[in-house]
Design a protein around this ligand. Structure first.
Ligand code: DOR
Ligand code: ZN
Length: 425
């Protein structure tokens, strides 16, 4: 370990109050010991450990796990870096981020991976994993696995790679996630049909070879349907959806121009409803931001790049649904326990044995989304002006208080890496 214990000694303490456990809110107590949840019970044996009593309107949730973010850094640090990106995550109640490989340089060589891991290690405030992209040669991937990557990301440009099947099989055998951006580069219509074609093609691969494939940012009603059909046929496929495809539709482009440009694009209302209901009815396997920061200058230019930040609104959008009684507390699972299972990390549940990553939510308070006040370097959002319910009052990571009411209590480098080798980097 890095010496971070000296600054933030792990304590033994209890948290008592309303806790989100296995799908419901229960009055109970947690005992936190050495960064893990050690015990859970209605009342814990009397012990001298100090106790944090939650307020009447407070609820403790597990820390959120985001399996699709772009922390940028390296030569894209003007857009975001590992400090600003994880600061943004922390404020949003996201205690684990999995970072994508489309950086400059791209994470497809060992030297680029090492450079990224060094930046992350020195700067991350929350826990993290790093995806590798499709490399030119198989042995590069095997070396990357030994460095503890969290999984593989496949972009449309990689579909024809001669080693693609080998990589998917290796991951599937090792229980590592393979995340696919579904957009067939050979289909002219870059929108719905390209997604449909890619989902059909890779679902068949999953069925024929018995391999696991995770489809990220599924965005249309047709492809949600196709995912369900593939699952019924026995494909080992899973999928996530984003906050923007669940809550926004294409009409926003007229009003916001470049700010609302994202890939896959915002769809029509029929698709938005399908994506929203795949979240609300727990049909999707996960909810992930695709936090993709660019500078405001770039976004308001002639050729705006796709993507926008999402980490500071994603949990707020979910808690608003719950507190307005439009959805059950269980939707929180799609942003905590379920992505943690997909990534194979001991996070996302307030149960003994799991990391003590805890978000304390004040359910009484409301707030208004203002891009200007984001901690991300990208200070704009297509959710500008939305009124959200539930304020994150405290965040604990591995038992250490990392955030309280706007104040940060951990230092750069506190975040710990998790991957194929369970965070021993
Ligand atoms: O909107 C997007 N932004 N989609 C992607 O696939 C890439 C991402 C980015 O890196 O900016
Ligand atoms: Zn992305």
């Amino acid at each position: 370990m890095t010496g971070q214990e000296e600054e933030c000694p792990y304590e033994t303490y209890k948290i008592t109050g309303k806790l989100y456990i296995s799908g419901e809110i229960r009055e109970a107590s947690l005992l936190i010991k050495e960064g893990k949840i050690a015990l859970l019970g209605k009342s814990l044996p009397d012990m001298s450990a100090p106790t944090l009593e939650l307020g009447r309107y407070e609820v403790a949730l597990p820390g959120m796990v985001d399996l699709h973010v772009h922390m940028r850094g390296l030569k894209l640090s003007h857009k975001e870096d590992w400090y600003s990106g994880t600061l943004s995550a922390l404020k949003g109640g996201v205690t684990f981020v999995a970072d994508m490989p489309n950086t400059v340089p791209p994470t497809v060589t060992i030297s680029a991976l090492e450079e990224k891991l060094e930046e992350a290690k020195l700067n991350a405030l929350v826990d993290y994993g790093v995806y590798f992209g499709v490399p030119g040669k198989l042995d590069i991937y095997l070396r990357a696995l030994n460095k503890g990557i969290i999984g593989l990301k496949i972009y449309p440009k990689d579909y024809r790679s001669p080693i693609l099947m080998k990589l998917i099989k290796i991951n599937s055998e090792r229980g590592l996630i393979t995340v696919l951006h579904a957009e067939d580069p050979e289909v002219e219509d870059k929108n719905r049909l390209a997604e449909v074609s890619a989902v059909k093609y890779f679902s068949k691969i999953s069925i024929n070879h018995g391999v696991r494939i995770h489809f990220t940012h599924i965005s249309s009603s047709e492809t949600v349907n196709l995912m369900l059909i593939s699952k019924l046929k026995g494909a080992k496929v899973t999928f996530d959806i984003t906050p923007h495809h669940a809550f926004l539709n294409e009409k926003l482009r007229e009003r916001l121009g470049g700010i609302a440009i994202v890939r896959p694009p915002l769809r029509d209302e029929e698709s938005r409803v399908a994506i929203y209901n795949s979240l609300r009815n727990l049909i999707a396997d996960a909810y992930a931001t695709d936090h993709a920061p660019h500078t405001l200058e770039e976004k308001t230019s002639e050729k705006p790049p796709p993507g926008f930040p999402g980490l500071e609104v994603s949990l707020g959008l979910l808690t608003t649904e719950v507190l307005e009684r439009k959805a059950s507390w269980r939707i929180i699972d799609l942003y905590s326990s379920r992505p943690a299972e997909l990534l194979n990390i001991p996070k996302g549940k307030l149960l003994p044995g799991f990391d003590a990553d805890i978000v304390v939510l004040d359910t009484k308070r409301r707030w208004k989304v203002k891009g200007e006040s984001f901690l991300s370097k990208a200070k704009y959002t297509p959710f500008e002006g939305w009124e959200l319910r539930g304020i994150i009052s405290k965040v604990f990571i591995r038992g250490v208080k990392a955030y309280e009411e706007g104040e940060i209590f951990v230092k750069r480098g506190f975040g710990k890496m998790y991957g194929g080798h369970f965070g021993e980097n």
